[in-house]
Design a protein around this ligand. Sequence first.
Ligand code: G6P
Ligand code: MN
Length: 455
Amino acid sequence: MGADYTNITDRSEGLRVSILGGGSAYTPGLIEGFIRQKHKVPLKELVLMDIDGEKLETVGSLVSRMVEKELPGVRVTLTGDRARAIRGMDFILCQIRVGGLAARHVDESVPLRFGVIGQETTGPGGFSMALRTIPVMVEIAREIEALNPSAWLINYTNPTGLVAEAIKRTSNIKHISICDEPMVLQESLASFLKVPPEKLFFDYFGLNHLAWARRVFLQGKDILPELRRAVREVPFEKIEPLFGEEVLKDPKVRMELENTLRIFVETGMLPSPYLQYYFFTDEILSYQRKTGKTRAQEVMELEKDLLSEYRLVTQGVRALEIRRGGKWHADMMVGMLGAIASDTREVYIVNVPNRGSIPDLPYEKIVEVPALVDAGGAHPLAAGRMPKEVRGLIQAVAAYEELTVEAALEGSYEKALQALGCHPLVPSRTVARKILDAYLDEHREYLPQFRSKTS
Ligand code: G6P
Ligand code: MN
């Protein structure tokens, strides 16, 4: 008896999509992505779920207005009930921030007290974020497994690689974790070269926020050697304007671009901008000390302005001009969702179980590599062995990530200490212990898995 394939899910009348953390300032930008791609990825229902009622109301009102205008017929629901946002959905997008920006501020400020850089996802900051985010994400995955196992979870909650690893270890749901950085790299290079992004193929390997494009093909030719020569010969001041006005206005963005180009010239491979934290650690530490403000504090101010801007847009006082997150983030998200829904088998760089794609990393480890995305999920392409000049760094961070996931799941102080101690940005076990103890103390309310061991 053969299976009946005549009744494959018909999604032609539109998809049911929910967003956990829907009250985020990023949501309107994401909805614009659905609007831009409404013919490729038609919606039927949109559910925004958030535990912050006020933000949900502000962002949700704007989203309802956008949908009414541009996606007539799509039903929008705002809810504080997670089960409501899970049941019956085709796709559940997840962008939560456990503890909000206040917790991010703690993540970023604690390491600075001990002479270590404070960053949202890299180093101790990302470690702390993982400890408090993983238990919640595991709970969500289990809820999806129980209430709606045929749904897809598309996760971009940070630290995305570690979250992906924890979900993979604890559930069997259909899930892909993503980050916009690879897309940003591809799109900015394409616009720099003035070619359509789909003309470029990125031979890309690594972990989330710790990856390189080792070759970039344009019409069959690797263009990186030539590009490297050009970048080496032209002073940065001449290159910067090519990346647009925005770059010149913001000293942080400018520093990031310069650092990224330096790493490119040094390694011959195009790096994730997050590699600057490893290559220019001292410079970044003094920059962070000098600014005297964490990125979390900057984003808090930015978000306040954005939310009041959103209110004005909802009232019809002005058009939506500023938003959080780039266009590319939304396009990647919606495009990938379309590739899954219509089974089109497109290449996206995503976070997936390795399965031998990078032979120098464990088989089950979550890696960030190009994958074919279709209705069966993300199938990693072979990324190959890593060049030895960066292999050690990536392997060390991979071990740190594995230990961090285990520590977060088990509430193990010992593993947490080993994890931090393994991280290349943490100079000693003494410092690791001090940072860990400070986090366990300041984040006590978000780390129930450690509570019995520390009180
Ligand atoms: C990029 C990264 C995200 C990160 C964000 C931080 O988009 O890929 O993972 O969360 O930057 O931006 P922010 O403005 O919050 O510092
Ligand atoms: Mn990211």
